[in-house]
Design a protein around this ligand. Sequence first.
Ligand code: SF4
Length: 290
Amino acid sequence: MSKGLFKISPGFEDVMPAEYKELVTNGPYGRDLGISDLGTFKELIEEHPLCAGCAEALALRLILASLPNPEDTVIVGSTGCSSLLFPQVAVQNIHSLFGNQNAVATGLKRALRLRFPDKVKDVAVIAGDGATVDIGLDMVMQSWFRRELITTIMLDNEVYANTGGQESGMSPQGAVLNMAPLGKKFPKVNLPEIAREAGCAYVATISPALPRRLGKVVRRAILVAREIGPSYVQIFCPCPTNFKWPSAQVLQKIRDRQKEGIFKVREYVSPEAEAYLARLEVVKQHDEEQ
Ligand code: SF4
């Protein structure tokens, strides 16, 4: 993909919002920027429609700032709060129907490999827990069984948030939500373990309260999916609106839950993926020394 795609069409310069112009001018395309450069470029238009303090919005900002090659990345989204954000981001994105995001991503990745055999084209699914675990689990797992070269990122906000607060497969046991007044009866689905068993070469759980580590995890997941096999990242970003937390306390709540052991940071790397990532590190170090 050409970086020219992100230029404003001639004749529209006057009517485009100032924020968008800034994003086109100073965005991260082709500049090899990362989490530590956040604040020096715009990866997301600020006046997005997600609630104040939404941990998903923060997670998405961090993901976008961590993509190894944003101008050659396509994000496939699905229905949910996160889908409201995609029109505001600075990378190519596709909105799929609720739950079929991994099937769409699979077809897209295969088409890109045929159309651009000599170029790297990354395809990453970013979807909520409803789309990934509940409605889309069949297609998610089929893509892993077939070893499709895509990254699946789940924004785990632990609830069907934008439809009023039904429990999801990822809501914690006992959670009382607007539309689950008696409390959820069974524990969170252990999707990281399922992903590993289903054939993912790289699996990690992380939260936006650990931004640098999140950046590293996303980068590793995308790189592994280029060459080795499917990868899965689960980002713990509970919804302050449905859990009725003050928006300023979300990161503290995430840290508290990590301390209590309710949320754990984990990483699984297959031996083949480990060797591949080590090779990339050697090449990177060599390039930096030249
Ligand atoms: S409802 Fe929750 S997950 Fe959805 S935008 Fe608001 S805070 Fe974020």
